[in-house]
Design a protein around this ligand. Structure first.
Ligand code: CA
Length: 587
C-alpha cells in the first residue's frame, strides 16, 4: 500500500535543478545570531508550553551550514546534493505508553528550524508503514517538492506516526506491521498522530522564532499522500495548502487489490509435482518482449488520441473499447509457441488485474486501472510481479499481504515468515467470503479498518471553509494506488461542490508515471511551488510544466500536466518536445 518501503518509494532519482525557491515572504532570522545557544535553550523553554504535556525533547542540536544532508542509503537525493543550510534540529517524543500487545510505543517527531527562516512551516508526510522518524529535510519529489524545503527556509517536521521499526518489529507478527496488534498504534498510523505532531511542531516554531508561522503547508506521497488527505478531511484547519501525491486514500481496498493481483498472475505459473507454485516465478511470467508488445498495443490504440504519437497517452481515460481490443488482438499469439507475440493467458491475466478486485457476485472491491504506457516498467513490475535479476519477490506479496492481515483486518494475523508462505496464504484468500473483511470489527478493534484508515471522503467542507488548497499528482501507471480511484473521488467531490471543486482541489494525472515517480513519464513537476503560489498569490494552477528525466526515452522533454478531467493536447504545430506546444483541454 503506500506501503512502499522507503527503499522503493524514494528510489525516484530527482535530477532536478530547475526549481527556484518558493516565492513569497521575506526572510527572517529567528535565532538572534546565536543559533547554538538558542537551540540548546529550546528544550527548557518549551517545558510547560507543549500543547501535549507528555512531550519532551530528546535531542537538540545546532547544525552548522555546509553539513551534508543525512540521507538514508535508499533515499532519493537532490542532484546535485546541496550543502544543508544552518539550522536547529530537535528530536522530540510524546505519548509514551505500553500497548495492549505489551510493546512500548511513543510518537516521535523531528523538527528542523532554519537559522534563516522564510516564515513558513512544512509537515513532511511519511511512507509505507512509517515507523521511521523521517529526515525532516522536506524533500518529497512525489509531491513536487524537489529542492529540500529546509534549504528554502522552511521549518520542517517529520514523524514516525506512533511506532518504531527498530523496536516494534516482531517476526512472529508480520515484522514491521506488528504495531497492527495494538489498536492505538493502528489509530496513530491511520490518522491520530498527525494533529498532535503538527501542533507540537507549530508550538516549537512559535517559541523559536518568537512568532507563529505565517503559513503552514503539507507535502507527502503514497502513505504521505494519505496523511495529507487525512489532515484535509479530519483536521481541516491545520494547513493553508497540501500536496498529496499518489495518496493511499483507500489503503485497505488497495491491499485487497494487491491480493487480487497475486491470484490473477499466479494463474500463469506452472505448479510443481506437489501442486505448489513459487512466488519467485511470478517475475518470470512476463518477458521484456511481452511488455514491449503490450505497450505497443496501448500506444497503437491510444497514443495519437491527444494529437501526437509521442509515447505518452495523455488522453488515457478513453483508452478502452474496440480500438484497444483490436490492438491487443494484434499482439496476441494466434497459436502456441509463435514468436513475437504475447500468449493469450498473459493478456487475460493482465486484463483481470486491471479490471480490479471483485467480491461476491462480481462486486467491485476497489477501482479499475488504466491501460497506459508505464505498464511493465520496473517500478510497476516490482509491485505486481517482483523482479528476476536480482530476485525480488513481488511487493504485492511481502508488503501487501503483511499489511492486509496485520493492519487492515480487525483480527490481525501474520501470514507467514517468508515470501513463499505469505504467497500461499494470499492464494488461499477467498474474495467471495472475505472480500468485506476490511469493514468488519472485532474487539479490541471496535472501529472497522476502512473507517479508520481511509481518507476518501468527498466531505471537504472544513478545508474549503478554511480557504485551503489541495493539489494531488498521481501516476497513471501507479501500480500501488489506482489513479482511477483518485479521479473517482474527485468526481464525487466535484458533484458535492456543484462543479466547483477545482476552486480548491486539483488532481493532476501523470501519464506513464509509476508510484510517486519513475516510468516513461514527465515525472518532475513543480506541484509544491504551484500550491504555495495558489495559496499566497491566488494563482490557481491551470497547468504544471513537467520534465522527463534521464530514465525516460526523452530526457528533458517537457509537457503540461493538466487538472483532471482535462488532458494535454498537441496544438498540431510547434516543438513536439516542449510544453508550450500543448494545451490542457477537455475535448
Ligand atoms: Ca500522445
Amino acid at each position: 500500500m503506500g506501503l512502499q518501503p522507503r527503499t522503493m518509494m524514494l528510489a525516484a532519482s530527482a535530477t532536478l535543478a530547475l526549481l527556484t525557491p518558493a516565492a513569497g515572504a521575506a526572510t527572517t532570522t529567528g535565532s538572534g545570531g546565536d543559533l547554538a545557544a538558542h537551540c540548546a535553550a529550546l528544550a527548557q523553554q518549551m517545558q510547560g508550553h507543549w500543547p501535549d504535556p507528555s512531550t519532551r525533547v530528546q535531542k537538540a542540536e545546532s547544525v552548522p551550514e555546509g553539513t551534508l544532508p543525512v540521507f538514508g542509503p535508499f533515499d532519493a537525493k537532490p542532484d546535485p546534493v546541496q550543502p544543508l543550510k544552518a539550522h536547529c534540529l530537535i528530536d522530540a517524543v510524546m505519548a509514551e505508553r505500553k500497548g495492549v500487545d505489551g510493546q512500548s510505543y511513543a510518537i516521535r517527531f523531528r523538527v528542523r528550524l532554519p537559522e534563516s527562516w522564510n516564515g513558513r512551516f512544512l509537515f513532511q508526510g511519511g511512507g509505507g508503514t512509517n515507523g521511521d522518524i523521517g529526515n525532516g529535510l522536506g524533500f518529497v519529489p512525489g509531491a513536487g517538492l524537489t529542492e529540500p524545503a529546509i534549504n528554502q527556509g522552511y521549518a520542517v517536521v517529520s514523524q514516525d506516526s506512533g511506532h518504531d521499526n527498530d523496536t516494534n518489529t516482531d517476526p512472529a507478527r508480520g515484522g514491521q506491521v506488528a504495531f497492527g496488534w495494538d489498536p492505538e498504534a493502528r489509530r496513530n498510523y491511520a490518522y491520530a498522530s498527525l494533529k498532535p505532531v503538527a501542533d507540537g511542531a507549530k508550538a516549537l516554531v512559535a517559541r523559536f522564532y518568537g512568532k507563529p508561522a505565517d503559513r503552514s503547508y503539507f507535502a507527502g506521497c503514497s502513505k504521505g499522500g494519505q496523511e495529507g488527505l487525512m489532515f484535509a478531511q479530519r483536521f481541516p484547519d491545520t494547513f493553508d495548502g497540501i500536496v498529496a501525491g499518489a495518496p493511499g486514500m483507500s489503503l485497505p481496498r488497495a491491499a485487497l487489490a494487491q491480493n487480487w493481483d497475486v491470484q490473477v498472475f499466479s494463474h500463469l505459473l506452472t505448479p510443481d509435482g506437489d501442486g505448489k507454485r513459487s512466488v519467485f516465478d511470478l517475475a518470470k511470467t512476463f518477458t521484456a518482449q511481452d511488455f514491449s508488445l503490450i505497450r505497443k498495443a496501448v500506444l497503437d490504440a491510444c497514443d495519437a488520441d491527444d494529437g501526437l504519437a509521442d509515447g505518452i497517452v495523455a488522453h488515457y481515460g478513453t483508452c478502452t473499447g474496440a480500438r484497444l481490443e483490436k490492438a491487443l488482438a494484434q499482439v496476441q499469439c494466434q497459436q502456441d509457441g509463435a514468436d513475437a507475440c504475447v500468449e493469450s493467458a498473459k493478456i487475460k491475466a493482465l486484463r483481470e488485474s486491471l479490471a480490479g478486485p471483485k467480491g461476491r457476485d462480481g462486486t467491485p472491491l476497489y477501482a479499475q486501472w488504466p491501460w497506459d504506457a508505464g505498464i511493465g516498467s520496473q517500478d510497476w513490475s516490482v509491485w505486481k510481479l517482483g523482479l528476476s535479476q536480482p530476485p525480488v519477490p513481488a511487493l504485492n506479496v511481502v508488503v501487501g499481504g503483511a499489511a492486509l492481515h496485520g493492519i487492515f483486518s480487525a483480527t490481525p494475523r501474520a501470514l507467514g515468515a517468508n515470501p513463499q508462505e505469505i504467497f500461499q496464504q494470499q492464494l488461499a484468500f477467498d474474495f467471495a467470503k472475505d472480500g468485506d473483511l476490511i469493514y468488519r470489527t472485532a474487539p479490541p478493534f471496535n472501529t472497522a479498518p476502512w473507517d479508520e484508515m481511509s481518507a476518501r471522503s468527498p466531505d471537504m467542507d472544513g478545508f474549503r471553509r478554511h480557504g485551503a488548497k489541495l493539489i494531488v499528482p498521481h501516476g497513471v501507471s501507479d501500480p500501488v494506488f489506482s489513479v482511477n480511484d483518485t479521479t473517482g473521488w474527485y468526481r464525487e467531490l466535484d458533484a458535492r461542490y456543484d462543479g466547483k471543486a477545482k476552486d480548491f482541489v486539483r488532481v493532476f494525472p501523470v501519464p506513464g508515471m509509476g508510484h510517486c515517480g519513475n516510468g516513461p513519464a514527465t515525472d518532475r513537476f513543480p506541484a509544491f511551488q504551484a500550491m504555495v503560489a495558489w495559496v499566497e498569490q491566488g494563482t490557481a494552477p491551470d497547468r504544471l510544466v513537467a520534465t522527463a528525466g534521464a530514465q525516460t526515452p526523452w530526457p528533458g522533454r517537457t509537457r503540461p500536466l493538466c487538472p483532471y478531467p482535462t488532458y494535454a493536447r498537441y496544438d498540431g504545430t510547434g516543438n513536439k518536445e516542449a510544453a508550450e506546444s500543448f494545451q490542457c483541454t477537455g475535448r
